[in-house]
Every structure is written in C-alpha cells, then in structure tokens.
Design a protein around this ligand. Structure first.
Ligand code: GUN
Length: 279
C-alpha cells in the first residue's frame, strides 16, 4: 500500500516559513489579484489565494472586474500595478473571458512581479536553469518529492499533459533534477505502455479516473495534479485512487495533495519578489 503524500501538512510548513521570513521585511509583501468575470472555479481559487496571503502576512489587493472588461482596461490596470511600489506580485487568474488575450496580459506583467512564472522571460530563465521564480505547481511537486526523500536522478519520469502551466515546466524541472523524462499527451500512441515504465508518474490531464491501475508500474510514485469534479460533484484528480493506491509506493490524494502545495509555492514566490524589491 502506498504512502500518502500529505500536501496539506507540507504546505502548512512552507507557509509558516514564508510568514516568519515576511515578518522580517521592512514592509509587508503585497499581491495584486485580478479576477475577470464570474468563473466559479476561478472565484474559489482566488479566495483561497487571498486567505493564504492573510495567513502569511502578505497584503492582498483584489481587483474583481466585470466579464465585459476590455483588453485596454485590463492592460491599463496591469501597467498601474507594475508601477505600484506596494505591489510585489501580480496574478491574473486564468482562464480569461473569450474576448480577452491571455498571452498579451501575461506579457504585460513586468517579469519581476510575475509570481506565477508565466512570462516568457521567466519561462526562459527557468528553462536554462537560472530561475527567478519557479512555476508554482511544478515547484510544489518537486518540493513534495524532496520532502519524502524520493530520488529523481536517473529515474524514468512520465508527465501526462503538455500545458504551459504544468506539463512543460514539470518536464523541465524533472530533467534538471536528472530524471529521464517523457511527456505524453492526447495524441500519444501506446500511452499505457509508456506510463507503465514510469518510476515517477505525474498526471495533469484533467480527466477523472484517466489513470487506471493497468497504466501504473508496481512501486511507482504517482503524483496527481488534476482538480476535476466527478459525476457526483466531488473534487477528484486524474488517478483512479482506490485502484492505484495499493500498487504505488507513494501517491498524492486529491484534495490535500498538489493543490495546497501550489498555493504555498505562490506565497514563496511573492516573498522572493518582495525581497528583490526591498533590498
Ligand atoms: N488558473 C489555473 N491555475 C492558475 C494559476 O496557477 N495561476 C493563474 N494565474 N491562473 C490559474
């Protein structure tokens, strides 16, 4: 039976450390959170981030804008936040309403306030091993592996999903930790054959029960990044947890696994940004 990786407990430790270090700074770190429209999942995420900020002694500046907000108005807000010395980090919750250009918004955030690590400058820095910020979800996964003394060096890692937010940076960080990494996605042929070779399997597909026991090697480490709702509306990941848990050596639950770590690593990025602004 697998050991369950307790993301909630680890995240509490990271946040406590951030709180202690933030308290030493000359002024409170600040995060501007932009939410456009009424996406219910986004509202939940943004509320969670504001709560984390409060717990860590970080000031949050909410900007809740109507769904009809124009691109120009959004860019104008970002320009103002870029110039605001009380704001160390800027987070624009994605996805944006259809008529808005998310890439242009990300590009408009000054890289030293890009605490999501979505800006091409920061993605580039990370990809050559000179990170300013680390992307929150992949960095949270790496932190979990370290905390449980799970080695990456030389091991076969399979990442399911190739998104800019999770799959691609996850593959990069595992490669930098000397893992042998394969990225699979919706067009991959012979998927189960590949996933069965994984010592470390990271799933970020977004489909309930996508990862079955037959896709997992005996003793594998299984990390479930997804946040889906099943038919009954319950929060769940990509992994058929009940079937995979007996086969894995370590496994992350959903909820209580990667999610809290993503949020905690955001807090750490805000602290990093605040330090660089308050030197
Ligand atoms: N939407 C889903 N995850 C994220 C995230 O980590 N950051 C932002 N800005 N939007 C998201």
């Amino acid at each position: 039976m697998a050991i369950r990786i307790d993301g909630k407990a680890l995240a509490a430790r990271v946040k406590e450390q951030v709180r202690a270090e933030a308290a030493e700074l000359p002024r409170k770190p600040g995060l501007a959170v932009i939410l456009v429209g009424e996406n219910p999942a986004s509202k939940v995420y943004v509320n969670g981030k504001e709560k984390d900020c409060a717990e860590c002694g970080i000031e949050s500046f909410p900007h809740k804008l109507p769904a009809e907000t124009t691109q120009e108005a959004l860019l104008e807000l970002i320009r103002a936040l870029n110039a605001d010395p009380a704001v160390d980090g800027i987070l624009c919750q994605l996805p944006l309403p259809e008529h808005l250009d998310g890439d242009a918004v990300i590009n408009a955030i000054v890289p030293d306030k890009d605490v999501d690590c979505f800006h091409p400058f920061n993605v580039g820095r990370m990809s050559i091993g000179q990170p300013v910020f680390l992307p929150c979800t992949p960095a949270g996964v790496m932190e979990m592996l370290r905390a449980y003394d799970i080695p990456v060096r030389g091991r076969r890692c399979v990442v399911l999903g190739r998104s800019n937010i999770v799959g691609k940076p996850m593959a990069m960080l595992l490669t930098q930790a000397d893992g042998t990494v394969t990225v699979c996605h919706s067009r991959t042929e012979g998927l189960a054959e590949i996933t069965r070779q994984a010592d470390i399997l990271v799933s970020a597909i977004g489909k309930t029960d996508f990862v079955t026991a037959g896709m997992v090697k005996e003793g594998a480490v299984v990390i479930d990044v997804a946040m889906n709702r099943n038919a009954e509306g319950r929060l769940c990941g990509d992994v058929d947890f009940a079937a995979v848990e007996p086969k894995a050596s370590y496994i992350t639950p959903v909820p209580g696994g990667v999610g809290p770590m993503t949020r905690a690593l955001l807090m750490r990025n805000i602290l990093t940004a605040a330090r660089s602004h308050q030197l």
